[in-house]
Design a protein around this ligand. Structure first.
Ligand code: ADP
Length: 483
């Protein structure tokens, strides 16, 4: 099939969170399975990493605010299974030359521009996609634009799939923004609640041929008042075309046997070198080497969804119990940033704790490899990738049982599964008591029964988190539309 993936992020070059990992992993797996995949993202001026990029189309026009604007397209082979196509906008507002992916007052305009530019780009090609797979609110307008006569004529058989990676972010904007991209159709249905604003995620949900989210449990949660974040009506209305498909991991990229970003390689069969990663990290960070203390790590965007207060509590509890603790976090909200900055100063030269406030892909890899335990106390979690990465790197996850965390982490005692089918620790309520119980159980197992701990760790490493099965589910969905 000819599948076009369109998103605002793609790992490893334009990454803010899990969306980026998904775009890379799913695109690569579909390519490996023999599909023809084109993956489109904006050509930001803050792309990271080293790769060769080459212009493939020096000029194409796209419509915005009543006139045509010049763009170009570029391509880079990120690895043997993953090629990215970048659309560069030459608009005077320099939509993608801002030094960051999100966080600007005109983010709505930026992604509306990109949505329209993608369709104008695909329109001028001689080929027609079978599937356009769009992701999150940023691309919602694309489904809407495909209702326009000119695009309907150009893409009569193309079907659109929307994947919702997080229901919390919806892209609300004034209705007039739709004029900018030349949308002439009905607007009433896509209004946000009782306001005059429109909601781009809602537009995507209503006008896509199928809608998915990133885990089966989250798919159930978003059909409830609390999980739907104000979109329950539209979710219920779209129930028949909605499903949950669990995310996978790009297991070639996240591989402790070959990962170029970690100092010592290891595998489930040969784990001895894992520990050396910890000692090296401690020496780099100036922390004490304590053989009697396990290392607990958290790597996260510090936003309310992730249970920031609970992460703070995990630090305090670690100090009481006797675990070493490292947080690698990035906080877009200045209040949260300030709170954790203070904490980072408090522990700046502590022998067993570090609070590192930055977004650092290479350091994240080292932390996955170095850690014994990994904590994710999310209030809600659509899928969550860090628990899967942690497992693959032999770090045992401690998670709140919600969304995709509930679909991937099975508690040693509470899951009701035999020990050999478990891989971590879970707790139900997003409370300090919840963390305490799971963290204490994990710590005691590490301390008193290393044999079982090693087994648990290996079970996690052997869990199949790859895109192999999830990608088949997407292909099944794509094929269900074949005309
Ligand atoms: P979300 O998409 O909600 O942020 P996920 O668990 O799905 O959460 O994905 C998070 C991804 O971002 C993982 O690859 C994780 O390693 C990475 N990540 C999160 N915070 C940081 C950080 N501060 N530095 C480096 N990588 C980070």
């Amino acid at each position: 099939m000819y599948v076009v993936q369109i998103a605002s992020e793609a790992a490893p070059v334009a990454k803010v969170g899990g969306l980026a990992d998904v775009i890379m992993g799913l695109s690569a797996e579909l390519t490996r399975k023999g599909h023809d995949v084109v993956t489109l993202i904006p050509k930001y001026n803050c792309l990271t990493g080293t790769f060769q990029i080459q212009e493939i189309l020096p000029h194409f026009s796209s419509y915005f605010q009543g006139s045509l604007h010049d763009n170009s397209s570029w391509q880079a082979a990120i690895n043997k299974d993953f090629t990215l196509t970048f659309l560069d906008s030459h608009h005077s507002k320099r939509f993608f030359q801002r030094g960051a992916i999100y966080g600007f007052p005109d983010d709505i305009d930026r992604f509306l521009y990109f949505s329209r530019a993608c369709l104008d780009y695909l329109s001028q090609s001689s080929r027609t996609p079978d599937i356009i797979h769009i992701h999150d609110w940023q691309m919602g307008a694309l489904a809407l634009l495909l209702q326009e006569e000119n695009f309907k004529k150009r893409f009569p058989k193309t079907r659109v799939i929307l994947t919702i990676h997080n229901m919390e972010y919806q892209g609300r904007s004034a209705e007039s923004h739709l004029d900018e991209i030349g949308y002439t159709g009905e607007r009433k249905e896509i209004r946000h609640a009782d306001t005059k604003d429109i909601n781009l995620l809602k537009a995507g949900i209503l006008f896509s041929d199928a809608v998915t989210t990133v885990s089966p449990t989250y798919a159930k949660e978003v059909l409830t008042e609390e999980g739907a974040k104000g979109l329950l009506d539209v979710m219920l209305k779209s129930k028949d075309k909605f499903s949950g498909i669990l995310n996978g991991l790009d297991v070639n990229y996240w591989n402790p046997e070959t990962d170029p970003l970690i100092p010592y390689h290891y595998s489930a069969a040969n784990c001895e070198s894992k520990e050396k990663n910890k000692w090296q990290l401690y020496s780099e960070l100036g922390m004490q080497r304590r053989d009697d203390m396990p290392l607990l790590v958290s790597i996260t965007r510090l936003v309310p969804q992730k249970g920031v207060e609970l992460i703070r509590h995990a630090l305090e509890r670690s100090l009481e119990l006797g675990l070493q603790f490292i947080l690698l976090g990035s906080a877009p909200d200045p209040r949260i940033q300030d709170e954790f900055l203070e904490l980072s100063h408090t522990y700046a030269s502590h022998p067993t704790v570090r609070i590192l406030l930055q977004n650092d892909e290479a350091l994240a890899h080292k932390l996955f490899a170095a850690s014994d335990l990994f904590i994710i106390p999310s209030i809600f979690e659509p899928c969550g990738l860090t628990q899967m990465i942690a497992m693959r790197y032999g770090s045992v996850p401690i998670v709140r049982k919600t969304g995709g965390l509930a679909d991937t982490v099975f508690d040693v005692e509470l899951s009701g599964r035999p020990f050999h089918e478990t891989n971590g620790f879970t707790f139900d309520a997003p409370t300090k008591a919840g963390i305490d119980s799971a963290l204490t159980r994990a710590f005691l197992l590490w301390k008193t029964n290393q044999k079982s701990w090693q087994e648990l760790m290996t079970q996690g490493m052997k869990t199949d988190c790859s895109w192999n099965k999830p990608s088949e589910k997407y292909v099944e969905l794509y094929k269900s539309f074949s005309i």
